[in-house]
Design a binder for this molecule. Structure first.
Ligand code: NAD
Length: 264
């Protein structure tokens, strides 16, 4: 319903532009009545994110680079000033050096491994701790993952290892914060054409394969993810925590492509 998120306030981390998964989630939440705040990474993205936020009636837009803990602290301090408490947080943040999103995982470097883990995995835990401290009446935390966490996707490499850690974090955080009425879940999205997605070598072939072989025979859209996010962030999912929910046109249930699509 219109009012499913009425009276709920939440932070959206990870809008880079209007193709971002976080933007699809923000639009869905706003259309269900949520009040939103946003973070952006660096002033170049800030110039894009501010008008997007404004179009959803938000003027709470804060800089945040999760590699710098002090900026994470500042975001939650600003949020405490503005709202006092928060009902939900969407974490849609990931990064790895493009040069390691190709070739063999085995060749990943220590520096990029650590950086990928800090930005794409640890940042959710760091954000969860600060958010939980502002959720006296409970809340809902959501992150974004990909099936490369549990199965090998060519070129996904160190990002798959980071997503495996992120999915495990979802389960541990769900256990830690469950007693406070805070739920923690992830959406595992199918391939979406975004800035981050285009960093993966041969992404175009990934999209095409997914479209051709998923049960719904279509790409995953940011609106698909947005709809499921509203469910996971709203009381509709009040009994759900520690879950990784696939929003991927059903791709993950398929083992082998249909025989007629395979050339002998
Ligand atoms: P995107 O490029 O639109 O968003 C990625 C965001 O991460 C950007 O807003 C960027 O500013 C932010 N970010 C990167 N490093 C950061 C840092 N140090 N500090 C703060 N923010 C930082 O791409 P997207 O595809 O919408 O990615 C959002 C999430 O969805 C990511 O976790 C991604 O792994 C995940 N995901 C994407 C796909 C896909 O196919 N695009 C599929 C499954 C999961």
């Amino acid at each position: 319903s219109e009012a499913m998120m009425a009276g709920k306030r939440g932070l959206i981390m990870g809008v880079a532009n209007d193709h971002s998964i976080a933007w699809g989630i923000a639009q869905a939440l706003a259309s269900h009545g949520a009040e939103l705040a946003f973070t952006y990474q660096g002033e170049a993205f800030g110039r894009r994110v501010k008008p997007l936020a404004e179009s959803l009636g938000s003027n709470l837009v804060f800089p945040c680079d999760v590699e710098d803990t002090s900026t994470v602290d500042e975001v939650f301090a600003s949020l405490a000033d503005a709202w006092g408490s928060v009902d939900f947080v969407v974490h849609a943040v990931a990064f790895s050096d493009k040069s390691e999103l190709k070739g063999r995982y085995a060749d990943t470097t220590r520096d990029n491994f650590v950086r990928t883990m800090v930005i794409s995995c640890f940042s959710f835990t760091e954000v969860a701790r600060r958010a939980a401290a502002m959720m006296p009446a409970g809340g809902s935390l959501l992150t974004l993952t990909y099936s490369g966490a549990t199965r090998v996707m060519p070129n996904y490499n160190v990002m798959g290892v980071a997503k495996a850690g992120l999915e495990a974090s979802v389960r541990y955080l769900a256990a830690d914060y469950g007693p406070q009425g805070i739920r923690v879940n992830a959406i595992s999205a199918g391939p979406v054409r975004t800035l981050a997605g285009s960093g993966i070598t041969d992404a175009r072939r990934m999209y095409n394969f997914h479209k051709a072989h998923s049960p719904l025979r279509r790409a995953t859209t940011i609106a698909d993810v947005g709809g499921s996010a509203v469910y996971l962030l709203s009381p509709l999912s009040s009994g759900v925590t520690g879950e990784v929910h696939f929003v991927d046109s059903g791709y993950h249930v398929i083992s082998m492509p249909r025989p007629e699509t395979i050339r002998d």
